[in-house]
Design a protein around this ligand. Structure first.
Ligand code: DGP
Length: 116
């Protein structure tokens, strides 16, 4: 089985594995994180597989704009007008655990800085 065929988020995007979908666009899907770190914790992923932001920016930088557009729509949908965070973990040292690029949209509480 190839990396893409075996990819958890590709399976969520394809509807093979269920997820609590918040919003969707032609190129991206937003669904609630299974282990939320804030009252709102939504993941925004491209439907097409890219391993991480480095891979995405090397191959389809325009898609990054579409992902951030959907992320801001998620924030609006979730009523996060008082503030929210968009973060992506890129690679092992950053704590990336799923090798399909994703933006975390976090909000609904005061968020500390810097991250650990
Ligand atoms: P990261 O550690 O940055 O790669 O974030 C991966 C996130 O994916 C983590 O916050 C937990 C979430 N996650 C892992 N498996 C599942 C799943 O099966 N469903 C959903 N909705 N989220 C998942």
């Amino acid at each position: 089985m190839s990396a893409v065929q075996d990819c958890l988020f590709c399976k969520i995007s394809a509807g093979v594995i269920p997820a609590d979908v918040v919003l969707e666009s032609d190129s991206a899907i937003a669904f609630r994180d299974i282990d939320p770190k804030a009252p709102t914790h939504v993941l925004v992923i491209p439907k097409k597989h890219f391993a991480d932001v480095t891979d995405l920016m090397s191959n389809d930088p325009d898609l990054a704009s579409e992902l951030l557009t959907l992320a801001t729509k998620v924030a609006e949908h979730e009523g996060l007008a008082s503030g929210y965070r968009i973060v992506t973990n890129n690679g092992e040292d950053a704590g990336q655990s799923v090798a399909h690029v994703h933006f975390h949209v976090l909000g609904g509480r005061s968020l500390s800085w810097p991250p650990g």
